[in-house]
Design a protein around this ligand. Sequence first.
Ligand code: PLP
Length: 385
Amino acid sequence: MSQSTLQISVERRAPVCFVDLKKQYEEIRGELDAAIQGVMSRADFILGSEVRAFEEEFAHFCGAAQCIGVGCGLDALTLAVKGLGIGPGDEVILPGNTFVATALAVSHSGATPVLVDHDPDDYTIDPDCFASAITERTRAVVAVQLYGQTADMDRIDAIAAEHCIPVIEDAAQAHGALYKGRPCGALGRAAAFSFYPGKNLGAAGDGGAIVTDDTDLAAWARETRNYGSSVKYHHDTRGYNTRLDGIQAAVLRVKLKYLDRWNDLRREIAASYDERLEGLPVLLPVTGAHRRHVYHVYAIRCHDRDSLMSFLQKCGVSANIHYPVPIHHQPAFRHHCIVPHRLANTESYADQLLSLPIHPHMAEEDVAYVAQCLHEFPGRLSLER
Ligand SMILES: *Cc1c(COP(=O)(O)O)cnc(C)c1O
């Protein structure tokens, strides 16, 4: 259909943003300002008391023994991969529908990303596709806990155990998600988190962490994030400078106290969307068995996705696409990954997925408005299967 036929019959109102970090700041401004002031007045900037305290608190939150704060989620993933001894000549399996960082971390270790398809319903890595991609060079699998829910961890674990390969969690979108009541972060050999501001637990800038029970990996990562050094000017390994910043740790400590409540609010908004969109010819998010979803993203699927997105834009609603281009179609990876079988779901869903606004500070009337816009969309939503 042509753009000109997109009539807006819903009442115009204030825009609905995709995430609202200003409202989040307003809610806890006093605590955040005091925490930042504390770091400033103690000049506690690099690997100080706030970083140590946050690492302890976040490890406890995840039910893991160790947390190592680093500069960003990409660095957390890269150190997790490298720390498990993975490098050139090795293969690491991951889903094709993920943020580019998952594949970059594997590439930066020197190993080759092997991309596989995802489950048709919950969009996490398909265990059968993972199993069929294993070769004698496979050294790990990355389970991306996508959109806020974990993969089918029992099946992933069973396949990985049978082949003696570790499971790494990309937990960047799933702070607080559960599988069989166990928190994300403690479901594999190691997990990588991002604290990018828009994540469920976000800093005031970049940040990330590795969470693990593996004491060797933890010790290696602790040194490697800090120039390969545990004693100043003594270097055991050729490390990096990627440390979680003291101010970011202070901010994260404040926000960690609110994470469970904020995740509950996300689930309430998702439930409201589910109810309000019922009956529309769109596919709503599906929560896999044994999982608690934390809705980092509320992704629907429909036909005419691009027209719907521009219609929403005209209605003042910011939607997003996670992700418009699968990893193996990115120029950066076209010649730098292995695709052992056709990624049928990954490829077709990239044209159908649309992420609606969701964040803990979203008003119910905004959810109602977004749903109303979808009901008024004059295009064709229904998927032809
Ligand atoms: C955000 C994200 C990352 C990377 O985190 P940064 O902190 O931005 O480096 C990795 N994987 C997934 C799935 C993400 O969503």
